[in-house]
Structure formats: C-alpha cells, structure tokens
Design a protein. Structure first.
Length: 144
C-alpha cells in the first residue's frame, strides 16, 4: 500500500540525531512513523510531540501525501538560563507515495498526545469481489 521514496532518509535521521542539527524548510528532518492496515483502512501514525496543530500541514497531490510540521522554541523570560536542550526544534517532513488502491478523497486526520494519525480508506475498486459467470445462452451466441 505504501512505497518508500527515499532510501537514505533513515541514515539522514540518524546523522541529524548524532550531530544535533535541526531541520529547515529547505532540508526538513524526518519524523518517525508507523503504517499498517486495520480492517478497511490504512493507518499512518506520525510522532510529533510538542507540535501545535496550527504548525502541521497535510497535503495530498495525486498519490503523494506530504506531512510537514514545525516545532518552534518555547518563548522564555529573559531571566531563564537554558541548562539542557535535547528536544529537536525545526521543520519535520514526511512524503509518502500512496497506492492507487487507497481513497485519498476521504483521508481523516486526528492529533492526540503528540501523535498525528491519518486514516485512509481502502478504495472500493481494490476490495475483493465476486465475478459471476454468464449462463449457457452466452456460450451459444458466441459459437453459433
């Protein structure tokens, strides 16, 4: 149902974690995700802790799903002196090529406890269906 578009994304994510660099709009950091089928829906769960809903952008163009989010620094008073800052800031993005068997017109998005969950229904044309066989009269017309 889902095709990987960038084989080096995981390597980039590990490098950014080790070097402590944050994503920019021109070079966003990847966001961790899970993808699975649940009944008649395909579910994608993306980790975005500390990101407000107004900083999340979800876009579908043809079969390309793009999720972008920005974790901004929390404004602090001038008297605050930061001792430790490990939470990554910046821009995060994920692009997924969706199969034609998914109904991109009816995607539902929910955001709870820092997890963005996208539910994409399986298209009717992709569901199994029975094909009926014509009767004897159909065969006689062809051969006769």
């Amino acid at each position: 149902m889902l095709m990987r578009t960038d084989p080096f994304r995981e390597l980039d994510r590990l490098t950014q974690q080790l070097m402590g660099t944050s994503g920019t709009w021109s070079r966003p950091s990847p966001m961790p995700m899970d993808a699975y089928r649940e009944g008649e829906e395909y579910v994608i769960a993306l980790d975005l802790p500390g990101v407000s809903t107004d900083a999340i952008d979800i876009d579908v163009e043809r079969n390309m799903l793009t999720v972008k989010a920005e974790r901004r620094p929390v404004t602090k008073a001038d008297t605050v002196q930061m001792e430790l800052s490990e939470r990554p800031l910046g821009v995060f993005s994920r692009q997924l090529m969706l199969a034609d068997t998914l109904d991109t017109e009816h995607i539902k998005a929910d955001y709870d406890a820092g997890v963005l969950t996208l539910r994409i229904p399986i298209a009717e044309r992709a569901k199994p269906r029975k094909i009926s066989i014509g009767g004897e009269t159909a065969h006689k017309q062809i051969s006769g």
